[in-house]
Design a protein around this ligand. Structure first.
Ligand code: UDP
Length: 301
């Protein structure tokens, strides 16, 4: 998502300082930007303080592994990115008097008891489960943003991103869309956790980036949180079948019979607020977005 956002900002004439520790991302995704005179790359992990000399007007904080496989691999580091890391970036924003947009997540709703999820729903998170490093981390990151706003008058914007997919995901990302596409293209078995009845709502990356840009451009009194995602909801079984159809794969579907611990069973954003505040809604249907993503992975493989 970061590389798509960088491209979009550069295209509108902005200068971009891209900060990444490349823990889960690939430098290949931004190598075409390195020659752009308005693009600067800083290799850095935000859990260490970040000093930037030049003037900064806006900060987009997307820093954190977002795939369950990745964020659970080193859970303490995930918590650090969302606490120490966010404090460092809020400090930078304060020093630069910059506006900051924090990428929060639908995971703050945990395994939701309210459906679809509205921003005023406070969630159902297991504080001691394997997803908590990310869920609770992102929750306290929201808290920090609002405390910096209340205490220091910092200009903040909080968005809650629902499942997003598209070109430049890594093949070993571990998330369902990339897993299924890669398995299908290799004519391998698509392994579904549980019975495939759990749902997700998938947003194509270009739509999401458009929403992020619109949120940053809102007046200072719009703080969020605002849900950003595609409200078209699918079961994981439906997704697997669609991927098989679109790839023409001879791969089969298998069920593990067991859901992941604390796996959200139903997830769909209520985007009424985004429509009203940003005049935004996703345009790209799942089938169209999957076709673009399949094309990308075909070239990669
Ligand atoms: N999932 C699956 N097979 C996979 C990867 C994921 O059945 O190869 C399921 C997973 O158990 C979850 C859903 O797909 O119910 C979405 O998982 P993902 O890791 O993409 O992200 P999440 O929305 O859970 O953060």
């Amino acid at each position: 998502m970061g590389s798509h956002l960088c491209e979009r900002l550069l295209a509108s004439g902005d200068r971009v300082i891209c900060v990444d520790n490349f823990l889960t991302s690939s430098k290949d995704n931004i190598k075409h930007l390195l020659e752009n005179k308005n693009f600067v790359l800083v290799e850095h992990d935000i859990i260490n303080p970040l000093y930037i000399e030049e003037k900064i007007n806006e900060i987009y904080n997307l820093a954190c592994p977002a795939s369950p496989v990745h964020y659970q691999k080193n859970p303490i580091r995930t918590v650090k990115a969302n606490t120490i890391g966010v404090i460092n970036i809020l400090g930078l924003a304060r020093a630069k008097q910059a506006k900051i947009l924090q990428a929060s997540t639908s995971e703050v709703y945990g395994d939701p008891l309210v459906h679809p999820q509205t921003e005023d729903y406070r969630g159902n998170v297991n504080t001691i489960g394997p997803r908590a490093c990310y869920d609770e981390g992102k929750r306290v990151a929201e808290t920090l943003c609002f405390d910096y706003h209340r205490t220091h008058g910092l200009k903040i914007k909080v968005i809650r991103i629902f499942n997003t997919y598209g070109p430049r995901m890594s093949a070993d990302d571990g998330r369902v869309v990339s897993n299924f596409i890669v398995q299908a293209l290799k004519n391998q078995t698509l392994l579904i956790d549980g019975d495939g009845s759990q749902t997700r709502s998938f947003c194509y990356v270009d739509d999401l980036v458009e929403g992020i840009i619109k949120m940053m451009a809102t007046p200072d009194d719009i703080l969020g949180p605002v849900n950003l995602g595609n409200p078209d909801e699918f079961t994981i079984k439906q997704l697997a079948e669609l991927v098989l159809k679109l790839t023409g794969s001879s791969g089969e579907i298998k069920y593990s019979g067991q859901f992941r611990e604390d796996d959200p069973m139903q997830r769909r954003p209520d985007i009424t607020k985004a429509k009203k505040v940003l005049g935004w809604e996703p345009k790209i249907k799942l089938e169209e977005g999957l076709e673009k993503t399949i094309k990308y992975f075909k070239a990669q493989l």
